[in-house]
Design a protein around this ligand. Sequence first.
Ligand code: PEP
Ligand code: CO
Length: 448
Amino acid sequence: MSISDWHPASWKTKPLRQWMEYPDPEALEREVAHLASFPPLVTSGEIEELHAQLRAAEEGRYFVLQGGDCSETFEACHSDIITRKVKILLLMSYILIYGLDKRVIRIGRIAGQYAKPRSSNTETRNGITLPSYRGPMINRPDFTLEARTPDPVNLRRAYSCAAMTMNFLRSLIDGGLGDMHHPEYWELDFVNLAEQSREYRQIFQAIESSIRFMEVIAGRIDGQAQTKFFCSHEGLHLPYEMAHTRQVPRRHGYYNLTTHMPWIGDRTRGIDGAHIEYFRGIANPIGMKVGPSMQPDELIELTKILNPNNIKGRLCLIHRFGASKIAECLPPLAEAIRLARRNVLWISDPMHGNTQTTADGIKTRSFDDILSELCQSFIILEQEGTHLGGIHVELTGENVTECMGGARGLTADDLHRDYQSDVDPRLNYEQAMEMALLLATRQASRRR
Ligand code: PEP
Ligand code: CO
């Protein structure tokens, strides 16, 4: 397999997993051609900057915070919702910088996270079976045949919402949302309810006094100039990804210019498949989800296909086993990577292996399972002679009730109150802040 055989459409010769046939394939082709005529959403310069930071993360100097919705919706392409999502990621990043003593690379699951893999192709309700909902880029969640039939016009809607989100998010960051001088905007009521409230307050005080100390030495810290924010989404719908895969002047290779770091899902990482074929040829840094079925030999082969020159910062392995399986699944894979001397960045996704269904049939996750998988990831990877390079979480800045636990002790009964996700349950604002605080306190005390 050589790169000279690759081109942005070479995936079309391979089996395409998680695909839903369009009733009018020519309409899809017309839509993709139309998309390709629009300007791209990101630049190759930004992508290369992220690549350099991920390389530094492999060397232990940076830590990745990747987070956002399981699935963005077109309705949530809204100023308040975007602002709160960016804000929670920024606040978590400051807490992690303090606790881990490293710079943090912020990567949203945002501005393109509109297509979803599903465990079943169909859904049955009251004896009626329809195609599954696959994210707003493809179809709609209402339970009618019309809504569930893929419509190519959704690609253009997805692209427009991604562009509006990206545009607003760039303005928020440039306009100083990352400015750390306004502690009142941190919304910390929940801290009083937490068992560790004293430790949490100490963290906030320490962050504030570090800023003051630095300002005495160096003058006012310009939050704006310091803050960088990158975007990512699952590269599931290959015609959408292909539409903006292109060469740029004065650089080698093809870039996917819809996002900085696309990733391959756990259900589409088959070695022979279309997704691996597409991803091996793009120049962006990429992620690959690694679930419990991954075998060590298979993982090594995939790393060779996706990163034949073993370039640092090119490949993030986003592992997601579940709190009860990680101790069994991760060590053999980490050992294989070490023995084969493959350069990768390990990122823990503590969400997708910890999904459970309540007695009332609601999909949820427990805060304690999520925390447990994260804490085990740090320890196991150190024991394997490497380190955890980041975390990948599903979260929202809203106060939804989708995951159980956290300082407010949400239970299965609370899930009925404000459950908004069409797909997977997310940490809410308070749960996400607390997760960052707990990681910060634990890692800071492990270093002492
Ligand atoms: C996701 O990240 O929303 C997802 C579907 O993950 P995975 O591919 O790990 O199941
Ligand atoms: Co998800």
